[in-house]
Design a binder for this molecule. Sequence first.
Ligand code: NAG
Ligand code: NAG
Ligand code: NAG
Ligand code: NAG
Length: 350
Amino acid sequence: MRITRKHWTICTISILLIFFKTKEITRSVEHEEAQLGLMVNGSEKILGKGVPAFLPPKAGGWTLNSSLVLMIRKDILRFLDAERDVSVLKSSFKPGDVIHYVLDQRRTLSISQSLHSLLPDVSPMKNRRFKTCAVVGNSGILLKSGCGKEIDNHNFVIRCNLAPLVEFSEDVGLQSDFTTMNPSVIQRAFGGLKNESDRVRFVQRLTMLNESVLWIPAFMVKGGEQHVERVNELILKNKLKLRTAYPSLRLIHAVRGYWLTNKINIKRPSTGLLMYTLATRFCDEIHLYGFWPFPKDSKGNAVKYHYYDALKYRYFSNASPHKMPLEFNTLKMLHHKGALKLTTSKCTQL
Ligand SMILES: *[C@@H]1O[C@H](CO)[C@@H](O)[C@H](O)[C@H]1NC(C)=O
Ligand SMILES: *[C@@H]1O[C@H](CO)[C@@H](O)[C@H](O)[C@H]1NC(C)=O
Ligand SMILES: *[C@@H]1O[C@H](CO)[C@@H](O)[C@H](O)[C@H]1NC(C)=O
Ligand SMILES: *[C@@H]1O[C@H](CO)[C@@H](O)[C@H](O)[C@H]1NC(C)=O
């Protein structure tokens, strides 16, 4: 219990600090951003009432603006250091410590022995720098894109939610250096790991990751703890070599704080936006694929929510915690400014 209170306090203080800090530097940042022309002016107005902005980003003529990339990296560093916040470390906890869920402070989680043994000793992203990175979202816009080779050609490839690759490799590629896994995926895609065939399939999928990073947001909301526990036990039992990471308790608030200073109010940043935000620390050039939060493409053809399953659209639902079209328009604006490259069309074969 002593730990509970301590962590609660630390967490509260850091949240307060973030908001205080946000407020404090909002003015100067706003001034700076206005000069940069970085500030987004009411993306939602541009979007209209749930009417998607179907315009794809310009494909040709994109150039990287390296000074803008550096400026964004520096700004984000005022809120979080992805090297540190990408994962809590073994030294932060002891088995049996109780923590409060980041987005559900009344609920708690006890750090199990197996979870503790999988916490990294040092950040899996320590001192890692890359010339070009790909952040791959899971939109059906990737189907028939032929982007697999281009994606695999990046120095570092970030993927979301353990999406299947082999059957779609032409369009999505195979290389994975960093893969996120929300606990809910275990139920949705692996039957909660309740029977042996699901467990075998899951272990096979993880084995494909070799020694790359598996990033599990285990401390966000209550609900997935038994799944995370089963995952941890399978990793240990099968002696999988992948490097597990569990995002820090402050990450989401810090990311939210950064985007707020750009007038982008996102209660719960999507995994894709989180990954872009983290990647700014490690990557000189960030290319985004598979980001398309609309049910139709620019020609009016239907687009699946995920390239690999039959999940239905929730972009405009009030129940959805994410603000996908707002996020997308932000990314599109950053594309036009040369801060990142957003690919939503077919890739020209290399
Ligand atoms: C790069 O971005 C900065 C900051 O937005 C801007 O001042 C500069 O003109 C841009 N450079 C080019 C070549 O577009
Ligand atoms: C923001 O958008 C409004 C119209 O929606 C416009 O009148 C205003 O000039 C814009 N401001 C900036 C800074 O672009
Ligand atoms: C894992 O290693 C195998 C064999 O070296 C390789 O073929 C495969 O592409 C690697 N997987 C990833 C995700 O890098
Ligand atoms: C295991 O569960 C999955 C559903 O998650 C089901 O499709 C499969 O048939 C089951 N296999 C066995 C051997 O019970």
